[in-house]
Write a protein that binds this ligand. Structure first.
Ligand SMILES: Nc1ncnc2c1ncn2[C@@H]1O[C@H](COP(=O)(O)OP(=O)(O)OP(=O)(O)O)[C@@H](O)[C@H]1O
Ligand SMILES: [Mg+2]
Length: 480
């Protein structure tokens, strides 16, 4: 992953693709321009030739030149009258009985000689009637218009008007030259842009690959960091960093949890061991019996701790809750009946009607944890209040007590695993510090929220918010 250039990588592919598209665009526009320019220039030349022929027709109208000598005379006069035309234009009158009249007799003589020597059926003086392209001695490619000269229903000669194709050829070759230049430039620019773009895209991808390799190697601290690219690439890089943050956090929590759990298990195990050793030396049957009872209580405590750890592990795996419709009237009735069993407190419950989409056993577990905590932190005769209210589809259950409350800076800490505000006392009351962590895990598995408040001068207030509430269809509509 570390080598700078990956074979067949993004850089090569992107660059090749952009260069190919640029080259294609240049070639296509070259072909279009080349053919249209050539056609237009050729049309212009042909139009000139046709004009020339028309001028001759106008000039010779009405004249009786069935006589070849008179025709030659007229041709000469015509040519003299055409002096203003471009020098490159060639006019040739070919008499059937031999002899030619031309504005360039020199060229016609050379052409006659060439055509006679070569024996080909082409050339300026052998061009077929109408428009054609001929190779002419020294002048190169020429466009030739050939018109038979008729007199009294008989052909007495041939008029040939010719124009060199050099302007077309020049235009074509200059087009070729400039397009070659433009094409090379375009492909060069395309390659440069492709390389730049590819490195903008490939750099963060390579960095991500490096980070992924580091993660695979067990290093969770590497990050892609800010990338130069925008859009999807930045989203991807950010998402990856975010994911690594979460992973690192989860791994750290997992590690802490395992070490905390081992620590928590070690203390009761040490105590158990000491007590078993004592029991081994105890001879008095009565005291032996008492010691066994304490041992069993410790084992129950351990059993509960292991159960709690298992619940949290299940929550971590996301298999904690199996929701169903709970009828809240019966649910709160059961709770009201159970509350006195927690201790000698002044319990009060404000229930609500309707249904809730939740796991009833887990919800009971949360409420029991909260009520047990309230009881633990109050004295006999103190108040413990459970109130249910609803806002739209949100059910809120508030558990408050008249105990000492929780210091403001500890309001979040109490939800941490194994967190106890007063270690000594809670140890004595058998608390492991997992109750609120489990309650929050269950609440979050329901998509809800659990948080604590502690208004000055009163006890702790726990808010449990759960979605999935529905007002009972049968609940009476209150009207005044
Ligand atoms: N109603 C309350 N009033 C005052 N402090 C509270 C109250 N509820 C919880 N706490 C504090 O928060 C800590 C964490 O509570 P949590 O229920 O998680 O653990 P625990 O009750 O000590 O042990 P466990 O519930 O696992 O038996 C408690 O040790 C206590 O210090
Ligand atoms: Mg508790």
């Amino acid at each position: 992953v570390n080598n700078r250039r990956v074979r067949g990588g993004l850089r090569t592919q992107l660059t090749l693709a952009i260069a190919a598209v640029a080259a294609l665009a240049v070639v296509a526009s070259f072909l279009a321009l080349y053919s249209s320019t050539s056609a237009r220039l050729r049309d212009q030349i042909d139009a000139q030739l046709n004009t020339q022929a028309a001028e001759w027709r106008l000039f010779s109208q009405g004249a009786d030149n069935s006589n070849q000598a008179e025709l030659a005379q007229a041709a000469r006069r015509f040519i003299v009258g055409q002096r203003y035309h471009a020098e490159s234009l060639i006019i040739v009158f070919q008499m059937n009985r031999g002899g030619t009249v031309s504005n360039d007799p020199e060229l016609v003589r050379r052409e006659e000689a060439r055509e006679r020597d070569s024996g080909e059926a082409t050339g300026l003086l052998r061009a077929p009637a109408g428009l054609s392209t001929q190779t002419v001695a020294e002048a190169g490619q020429m466009r030739v218009l050939t018109i038979p000269l008729q007199r009294g229903g008989q052909q007495v000669g041939t008029l040939r008007v010719a124009n060199p194709l050099t302007p077309v050829e020049q235009a074509q070759s200059s087009l070729r030259r400039s397009f070659l230049l433009v094409g090379l430039l375009a492909v060069g620019v395309a390659v440069a842009v492709g390389l730049a773009l590819a490195s903008v895209i490939a750099a963060p991808l390579r960095r991500m690959a490096r980070v992924a390799a580091a993660v695979e190697g067990g290093n969770l601290r590497e990050r892609t960091g800010p990338v130069r690219a925008r859009g999807e690439l930045r989203l991807l890089a950010d998402a990856m960093d975010h994911m690594l943050d979460r992973l690192e956090q989860t791994f750290r929590r997992q590690r802490d949890f395992v070490s905390d759990a081992s620590h928590e298990l070690r203390t009761p195990l040490t105590v158990l061991r000491a007590q078993v050793e004592l029991l081994d030396r105890e001879l008095d049957l009565q005291r032996r019996h008492e010691a066994t009872a304490t041992l069993l209580a410790r084992i129950d405590e351990l059993d509960r701790l292991v159960g709690d750890l298992l619940t949290l592990a299940t929550a971590e795996a996301g298999q904690l809750v199996v929701p169903q419709e709970i009828g809240l009237r019966d649910f709160f009735e059961d709770l009201r009946r159970d509350m006195p069993l927690f201790g000698d407190r002044e319990f009060a419950l404000v229930p609500i009607d309707g249904t809730l989409h939740a796991d009833p056993d887990r919800l009971t577990q949360v409420l029991r944890n909260l009520i047990r905590n309230a009881v633990t932190h109050t004295k006999p005769g103190d108040r413990v209040l459970v109130t249910a209210t609803a806002r739209g589809e949100l059910l809120e259950i508030i558990v408050s007590d008249s105990g000492p409350g929780i210091p403001a800076e500890k309001l979040e800490d109490v939800f941490e695993r194994f967190h106890r505000l007063d270690r000594g006392r809670s140890r004595a009351s058998g608390g492991s510090g997992l109750g609120l962590a489990i309650a929050r895990a269950i609440t979050e598995a329901h998509g809800g929220r659990l948080y604590a408040e502690s208004p000055p001068g009163s006890g702790a207030v726990f808010h449990l918010e759960l979605p999935g509430y529905e007002r009972s269809v049968f609940s009476p509509v209150i009207s005044d």
